[in-house]
Write a protein that binds this ligand. Structure first.
Ligand code: FAD
Length: 400
């Protein structure tokens, strides 16, 4: 099996490198031009970045050209993610739209939906959020209680969503709502596209321990959306919801490899410099060498798992339980990596003032943020249940 890139793909890589060099301010990510360190700054830069990607033809790389994409493949998406990670390019604010909803619309959406919703995502003009979780429905998502009722030509939505990332920036939300309360819980759900900027939608920030508020409570109080803004058939939303989740757990995470790879290179550089408690450098210390090499091997396994996911996707346009394996493996190995980084650094790098150190790439941020990675898009326990049932053929989890 040959997993190297073709000459054309390497040429695309050089084009991506040139774009990043030209568009990012000189000294980006260095003391001359530090990365944005507050939520406000990061969001401002993220919104700018979405527009730059669109303007220069680096958004929607794998989408068909008729919907504003570049007509390339998932391989170019990965190459671009790798190059962005190397220079610590801004992360953007529309991952939920471009990374989750867009590939789902390409598979499940109507022609009108693709033409209406994909081009503004490419141009960075419409930002999306994900309205799945509710105060009493997280892992058991199918128990959700938000209701949608058809009134004339509009769906009227009532209910509450929680942990809604980026809702405060979003123009639209993809919402799971119950449209048949009498049907078995997985069957009475529909998948709706709901405009956020209307009187029936209230967004309240959920303040985190860092003082920032990345996610929100979203309350729908008679919010409205057009009848045609439903993806899939009425009461068939659970299937569509799972298509999204497979992209969230599979392809979205494939890009994460590039970031872990950069973090590992940074950690190795530090290990060569930092003194070990037993004398010499961390890199010379037998205990740390074992740990660093284990981390490196795990990152390589992640790379090949990612290639496996992309291969499956190119064959079928959709992902199966390999998405859960990818998410489970990445999130748990990244937690171990964060713990190792703390171990290597010891007390030598105090947490940055202003707290949110995630965006500047410091290891304290990685360590803290990685605690969330085994929770969002389905916890590790839920991924294990899926793999147990769908790969090993074990009996279904009685609670689902
Ligand atoms: C950073 C972050 C961003 C998020 N962004 C969004 C977003 O934009 N939109 C959105 O809709 N949601 C979002 N979420 C919410 C996320 O999807 C939920 O937190 C997640 O699905 C878990 O649900 P819960 O928090 O209600 O935990 P619970 O479901 O209450 O789970 C609690 C614990 O019980 C375990 N458990 C539950 N059921 C089972 C079972 N059957 N078998 C074994 N163990 C079980 C879980 O693994 C977990 O350890 C986000 C979460 C985080 C952390």
């Amino acid at each position: 099996m040959d997993v190297s890139f073709t000459p054309e793909q390497e040429q695309f890589r050089r084009r991506a490198q040139e774009f990043l060099r030209d568009v990012l301010p000189p000294g980006w990510g260095t003391p001359a031009h530090p990365l944005p360190s507050t939520q406000e700054e990061r969001e401002r830069v993220g919104l700018w970045w979405e527009k730059e990607l669109g303007r220069h033809g680096f958004a929607g790389l794998s989408w068909p050209k008729e919907y504003g994409g570049q007509g390339l493949s998932w391989v170019e998406e990965i190459i671009f993610a790798q190059e962005c990670a190397k220079v610590r390019a801004p992360s953007g604010v529309n991952g939920l739209g471009k990374g989750l909803l867009a590939p789902t619309l390409l598979v499940e959406g109507t022609e009108e939906q693709k033409r209406r919703f994909l081009p503004p995502m490419v141009r960075g003009e419409e930002i999306w959020c994900q309205g799945y979780s509710e105060p009493n429905s997280g892992s058991d998502l199918a128990s959700l209680r938000t209701r949608a009722v058809l009134e004339g030509d509009e769906w009227v939505i009532t209910g509450q969503k929680i942990w809604t990332s980026n809702a405060h920036l979003a123009d639209w939300c993809f919402v799971l709502a119950r449209t048949d309360p009498d049907a078995p819980k997985h069957r009475g759900i529909s998948f709706l596209l709901v405009p956020m900027r209307q009187p029936g939608v209230r967004v309240q920030p959920l303040r985190q321990i860092t003082g920032e508020a990345h996610f929100n409570v979203v309350t729908f109080e008679g919010a409205r959306t057009a009848r045609e803004n439903i993806v899939g058939a009425v009461n068939d939303g659970w299937r569509v919801a799972n298509t999204i989740l497979s992209f969230e757990r599979g392809t979205f995470v494939v890009g994460a490899y590039a970031n872990v790879h950069r973090e590992m290179a940074q950690l190795l550089a530090l290990a060569r410099e930092l003194p070990a408690p037993t004398g010499g450098t961390v890199a010379e210390d037998a205990y740390y060498r074992q740990k660093l090499m284990t981390a490196w091997s795990e990152i390589e396994i992640l790379r090949f798992l990612g290639y496996h996911v992309i291969t499956q996707l190119q064959k079928r346009d959709k992902l199966g339980p390999e998405a859960s394996m990818m998410k489970l493996y990445w999130s748990e190995m990244h937690q171990r990596f964060g713990e190792l980084a703390m171990d290597v650094l010891g007390g030598r790098m105090p947490f940055r003032e202003g707290l949110d150190a995630v965006a500047d790439g410091s290891f304290q941020g990685t360590f803290l943020w990685s605690r969330a990675e085994t929770i969002f898009s389905g916890t590790s326990q839920i991924q294990r249940n899926i793999i147990a049932e769908r790969v090993l053929g074990l009996p279904r989890d009685a609670r689902q």
